[in-house]
Design a protein around this ligand. Structure first.
Ligand code: PAF
Length: 285
């Protein structure tokens, strides 16, 4: 496995691969890799002849400096895991490589997809995500790029950027990998205390309750949301950042429980902000 920290090293290897006709799969990450990231790698390896993982904790997507400072870092373990999984190249740049002091930052946004969910409660977050992902796409020149669907809004926003700006890349969404109690895998789970970790299992249970309540005949969106909110708030140390119901394509709020809807939530359990979502198929009204 090659570990490249400089753009010149990365480009040299890419040009050899391109000359050989390799297809390139790219899995961008912020490190502290877990089985969910490894699913991205496995999906890439099935589809592409070379797989690149990038590890870079991108400062421009954190709207809260405390959250950035607390973000876990585990580079040695990450590299070991990538090696074991047969990753071909890890791109591991530092901040000066990605944002040289002389750079003039560009800001991109897709307002219609950013006015709800995390875009609403984390101002500036997706501008930072689009900035870094566009840069990484140009640097790694992949044919396919793999993103976890736990970050569904991120997947939608990046897919839209690729489509609108005609990047020659196919964006692939990979289903959320879950712990045995249903909690979505996330690097942030490591920061939960044992008690908060128990509380966090309310999130996947809330999705089960959502399905059961719809199937039980509850069709009033307001009442349904209240039931789910009350359920989450039975947990100790829980603060709901949002619990929203939107159209899975436009990410605009829906007005009734019918057809395909995206139920998405962000919850603070203690200090740790966890997100999750599920697409529900509601019977027509
Ligand atoms: O999902 C993430 O880990 C990050 O938002 C990404 C896509 C690597 C950009 O920094």
């Amino acid at each position: 496995m090659i570990v490249a920290s400089e753009i010149s090293e990365l480009k040299k290897i890419l040009s050899t691969w391109k000359q050989n006709g390799d297809s390139i799969g790219f899995c961008p990450t912020m490190g502290t890799l877990h089985a969910g990231h490894m699913d991205l790698v496995e999906t890439s390896k099935k589809q592409c002849s070379k797989t690149i993982v990038s590890i870079f904790i991108n400062p421009t997507q954190f709207n809260d400096p405390k959250d950035f400072a607390a973000y876990p870092k585990n580079t040695d373990a990450d590299l070991k895991l990538c090696e074991e999984k047969g990753v071909d190249l890890v791109f591991l740049p530092n901040v000066d490589v990605m944002y040289p002091k002389t750079s003039t930052p560009i800001q991109m946004s897709i307002p219609s997809l950013q006015s709800s969910l995390c875009g609403r409660t984390r101002p500036g977050h997706f501008e930072g995500v689009l900035q870094i992902v566009a840069k990484l796409f140009h640097l790694t020149e992949p044919n396919f790029a793999f993103f976890g669907l736990k970050d569904y809004q991120q997947f939608r926003v990046i897919s839209a950027m690729v489509e609108e700006l005609n990047f020659p890349i196919q964006v692939v969404g990979v289903p959320t990998k879950r712990e045995s109690d249903g909690l979505a895998m996330s690097s942030r789970n490591l920061r939960l205390t044992p008690k908060d970790r128990e509380t966090a299992s309310l999130i996947p249970r809330m999705f089960q309750l959502a399905k059961k309540t719809i199937m039980g005949g509850e069709r009033d969106l307001k009442v349904w949301k209240e039931i789910l909110t009350d359920f989450l708030l039975t947990g100790m140390n829980v603060k709901i950042d949002y619990l929203e119901v939107v159209d899975p394509i436009t990410l605009q709020p829906v007005t009734n429980l019918s057809g395909k809807i995206l139920l998405a939530t962000a919850v603070f359990v203690g200090e740790v902000r966890l997100i999750d979502n599920e697409i529900l198929n509601c019977p027509p009204t």
